[in-house]
Design a protein around this ligand. Structure first.
Ligand code: IPM
Ligand code: MG
Length: 355
């Protein structure tokens, strides 16, 4: 962080890289910038990623953008991907994919720990497809391993056969297990498929050892992923921290998002490298509503809060944003994904009014 002087008081100002990406990305990023302007003075540096970068540069992530991210205090990303680039890949398997930009960024910055807090806002307890009495009191954190496993293994095709390899090392499991145990308030649930997969057996062995050696005071349970998927909807209040590998975490966190009423509500923080963290909503680029002004910016606002807390060390500002979102929802704010009519702009104004 570098010191700067406003016309009032000397303040410490951070440099934030903003990556709007594709689809609804630019709309919710503009909303995030409005929110941030009300929170403090920041330096911004905006760059392309994903499909936008493919169109401009032929690659989903340029070296220049990577270098800017490495040198920043925090990276805020909206969403990548869309049917246009999916079609290009369908026509030519060698064509670049928008998602490669996101995966490349996570890997390059060493962001092995993806935190996805799931805390249904009290005002939305009836907005979830699940019954209120099942979700009331849910407050859990998915700790997803983000730079290993099947996402980053060797893959390829041979005639009519395709393969994606899944590998985990002891070191990769140890470090994510530590993040989970340190984040726990009441217990850690480690999720794997140890009855079938060798990587899961290594995962379970390693989590068990890290627990015994370093965190014996934190209750630990192991669940198979199919059972965990079932329990997430049947008794979500039974979870505190869920730690799991990359692909299982991807799937379980979308499932968990519905406890909050909409995928449009879930934020995430990716941390663990020695440089900046990456903060992004869990949802995608929603090409079906891109350009309509209807996107729900609340997952993005939640990601701004996580950036303030984990990336810029300002827990008070983060809590301020989170309670402004809760209050706006209590006043009745509902975007279309929550069955209402509020636009991105309405949502932004409602949250700003409560800040
Ligand atoms: C997520 C997304 C990404 C992932 C995609 C866009 C590559 O689904 O952040 O959950 O699978 O990690
Ligand atoms: Mg996902």
């Amino acid at each position: 962080m570098r010191p700067t002087w406003s016309n009032r008081l000397p303040t410490i100002t951070a440099t934030i890289i903003t990556l709007p990406g594709d689809g609804i990305g630019p709309e919710i990023m503009a909303a995030a910038r409005e929110l941030l302007a009300a929170v403090g003075d920041f330096h911004y540096d905006e760059h392309m990623i994903g499909g936008a970068s493919i169109d401009a540069h032929g690659t989903a992530l340029t070296e220049e953008v990577l270098a800017a991210c490495r040198a920043s205090d925090a990276v805020l990303l909206a969403a990548v991907g869309g049917p246009k680039w999916d079609a290009a890949v369908a026509a030519d398997p060698a064509a670049p994919r928008p998602e490669q930009g996101l995966l490349g960024l996570r890997k390059d910055l060493g962001l092995f720990a993806n935190l996805r807090p799931v805390r249904p806002s009290p005002a939305l307890l009836d907005a979830s497809p699940l019954k209120r009495d099942r979700i009331e009191g849910t407050d859990l954190l998915v700790v997803r391993e983000l730079t290993g496993g099947i996402y980053f293994g060797e893959s390829g095709r041979d005639g009519d056969t395709a393969h994606d390899d899944c590998a985990y090392s002891v070191g990769e499991v140890e470090r994510i297990a530590r993040v989970a145990f340190r984040s726990a308030r009441t217990k850690v649930t480690s999720v794997d498929k140890a009855n079938v997969l060798e990587t899961s057996r290594l995962w379970r062995e390693t989590v068990t050892r890290v627990h015994a050696e370093e965190f014996p005071g934190v209750p630990l349970e192991h669940l198979l992923v199919d059972n965990a998927a079932m329990q997430l909807v049947s008794r979500p209040t039974g979870f505190d921290v869920i730690v799991t590998e990359n692909l299982f975490g991807d799937i379980l966190s979308d499932e968990a998002a519905m406890l909050t009423g909409s995928l449009g509500m879930l934020p995430s923080a990716s941390i663990g490298g020695d440089g900046p963290g990456l903060f992004e909503p869990v949802h995608g680029s929603a090409p079906d509503i891109a350009g309509t002004g209807k996107a729900n910016p609340l997952a993005m606002f939640g990601s701004v809060a996580l950036m303030l807390r984990h990336g810029l060390g300002d827990g008070d500002a983060a809590a301020g944003v989170e309670s402004a979102v809760d209050r706006a929802l209590e006043e009745g704010l509902r975007t279309s994904d929550l069955g209402g009519e509020a636009t991105t702009e309405d949502a932004t104004r409602a949250v700003l009014a409560n800040l």
